[in-house]
Design a protein around this ligand. Structure first.
Ligand code: ZN
Ligand code: ZN
Length: 334
């Protein structure tokens, strides 16, 4: 099969993903072989490629996989050939550690990430345990469904952890793939959404998706926020977001890594009055399943920019530069 493979950590500008032939993967016991039709491009891939996360090397990245089941390993009972399935960031969890037993498999001591600890979806085929794949609601095209698996499912977890309720004001810092889905969820829940982003293009997009107010992270918002989610890869937005939170408000940090340090935080001004900061790590299978049903019910309509598989480096460079409208998706087969 053809695949885009990472062999060496490098800045994405060097186009480190290599377009090569790999042997087709084979489904082992309880595993399914998926013929990949689309794979979303996520900011976490930049963290892997540039070394802020340590992927297994070499690795096929990609953790927003949509495809058809083409082969069944011994003992598979949950899927049949031809089913359209999705694979998300959670590739496996042990099921035995105390985190798993408490329902927090996202924190599993042996957590494995798709396209990081195991090969992912920047390829024509991928293999996954039947326990870590999801049926995809029919209303979404392959390209639309791909970003639901991370941008959407993690965004859903971010929103749950923010504690936001109907009628409250939510702030979103950064307006990429995840935020453009989260705003649709938050609107559905009856929240008012303020968006802070440096990109004029993203400010336009958020307005069409129902943002009440949009400005840059340095602008004064007309009202304090009950909760905020910071999707940006930089440290400087953390004090900016805390500054616009009301007393008792919570800031959720959605990214897996920040590119640089968070500046010193003035305790009296930014943290006292019971303001909180919470990070989000990974997702559980329940997050993915619950979100996929909700996304079909609302329905969420992801905006996607499509690229060919061999254009993955270019898609990631554009993502790093903040030049993707909605979510970038690699279209691999029909
Ligand atoms: Zn992701
Ligand atoms: Zn575990």
């Amino acid at each position: 099969m053809k695949a885009m493979v990472l062999r060496k950590i490098s800045p994405i500008e060097n186009e480190p993903l290599e377009w090569i032939d790999l042997p087709d993967p084979v489904a082992g016991p309880k595993e399914i072989l998926v013929r990949v039709s689309a794979c979303g491009v996520c900011h976490t891939e930049l963290d892997e490629i540039e070394g802020r996360l340590q992927p297994r090397l070499p690795v096929v990245p990609g953790h927003e996989i949509i495809g058809k089941v083409e082969g069944l390993g011994p003992g598979v009972t949950k899927f049949k050939r031809g089913d359209r399935v999705g694979v998300a960031w959670i590739h496996s969890a042990c099921g035995k550690c105390h985190f798993c037993l408490e329902g927090n498999e996202n924190l599993c001591l042996a957590f494995q990430g798709t396209g990081c600890d195991a090969n992912g979806g920047y390829a024509q085929y991928s293999v996954v345990s039947e326990d870590f794949a999801y049926l995809i609601p029919e209303r979404f095209s392959d390209a639309q469904a791909a970003p639901l698996l991370c941008a959407g499912a993690i965004g859903y977890r971010d929103l749950m952890l923010s504690g936001i309720r109907k009628g409250q004001v939510l702030g979103l810092f950064g307006f990429g793939a995840s935020a453009h889905i989260v705003i649709q969820l938050a609107k559905y829940w009856g929240c008012e959404v303020f968006v802070f982003t440096r990109s004029e293009e993203h400010r336009k997009l958020c307005k069409t998706l129902g943002a009440v107010w949009a400005g840059t992270p340095d602008e004064e918002a007309p009202q304090k926020l009950r909760a905020a989610i910071d999707f940006t890869p930089v440290g400087e937005t953390v004090p900016k977001a805390l500054r616009v939170l009301e007393k008792g408000g919570r800031l959720v940090l959605a990214v897996i890594r920040k590119r640089d340090l968070i500046p010193p935080l003035d305790y009296a001004q930014l943290l006292w009055d019971e303001r909180e900061i919470k990070s989000v790590a990974n997702i559980t299978r329940k997050d993915a399943q619950d979100f996929l049903s909700l996304a079909a019910e609302i329905p969420i309509v992801p905006e996607v920019e499509e690229f060919r598989l061999e254009e993955a480096n270019r898609a990631l460079i554009q993502l790093k530069q903040g030049r993707i409208r909605g979510a970038a998706v690699l279209k691999i087969s029909d």
